[in-house]
Write a protein that binds this ligand. Sequence first.
Ligand SMILES: [Zn+2]
Length: 417
Amino acid sequence: MAPFFVPQNYSTVINYIKLIFLLAMIQFGRTGLSQQSGEVVGQLYSDGSLVKITFKDGIITDIVPQTPGNETIDHFIAPGFIDTQLNGYANESFSVEGLNVDKVDKITTSLWKEGVTTYVPTYVTSPKTIYLDNLKVLADYIENHPNGGCTPGAFLEGPYISPIDGFRGAHNLKHVRDPDWKEFESFIKASNNHIIMIGVAPEQPGAMDFIKKTLDKNIMVSLAHHNGSMEQVKEAVGLGATVSTHLGNGCANHIHRHDNPLWPQLSEDNLTPSIIVDGHHLRREEVRTFYKVKGPENLMLVSDAVFLSGMPPGEYEWAGKKVVMTAEGKLRMPDQDVLAGASFPIHTGISNVMNYTGCSLNDAVNMATRVPARVFGFTDRGSLEKGKRADMVVLTRENGKVVVQKTIVNGKTVYTK
Ligand SMILES: [Zn+2]
């Protein structure tokens, strides 16, 4: 008979490893496996001054000014990027069958090389079972996985959006439906209260009542893929809708010059738009205009990246439809002449917004860190301050592009170029 601690078969070995892992997690805390101490020296992204940032147990403990020496330090330290609209990455998606915790973690860890330390998993318009199954998986990941702290919760971009071609974008018409509170309650339950935002078309039947109930549950409302009138946008904002999802997209190609959903969303002070500045979704002049109207403190960069991000050019199938990835990284759905999400990570947006608007690195980075953190209420991250999570990116600027050199999550270096 073997001694009691020698596993006798494969499943016992797995259970044995799981037990050791569990004990380690209890020992170090839920995100404890990645909590480390250390320091990083570089130029502060906000003003270029030389600093040393120290951190302990995953938290920033001090930011100390340094006297420049003979050595040239050309890299910047910025807060870890926060992407509040990410449909998938690295060949995995939140809205397909068969999602599991390992696949979610593959997305999390793949994003580290892009400097993304926090992201909001985004669920596109899907059948009910996809939401129920995949939100459960996300809840498990958030609550039990050591890297769960990288995802504060889910954004349901659909299914309560406009069914009309153009406004609907690449969302599948078959599954678009009117706001349904009972159904949404079942999604909240499946997610174990980890839905943090839902997109709604305010012109759809029952939308205002749905928005009210959603906000009562402390879930944010964004206006997404809609053709809301001035009155409807005003009413939704009055109720407490705070975000315009990828402003300038999710909109028909031909709209009325006066009565269209863009003007009211631009004119509402209490709406913070997200924008996809990947070089394809918006023209340079649109980005410049949105930037001038809203300002860097009221505009968020998002990637809207999909599972094909990082894949080579070619034809792919997505939810039963053909999508084409062009050599320039444009993802198109040819049968409807619409863009099928984006393929570039959020730092592409940081580079482009600086090139388009002439804004500073400080403003561009804030649109992908501090602003989303404020809008979404992520109080423990989004800026380099004592007491915040030690989520940081070391970056350089090369030929008009931001290049991620190193990513630190919760005080642990998780990526080095
Ligand atoms: Zn969209």
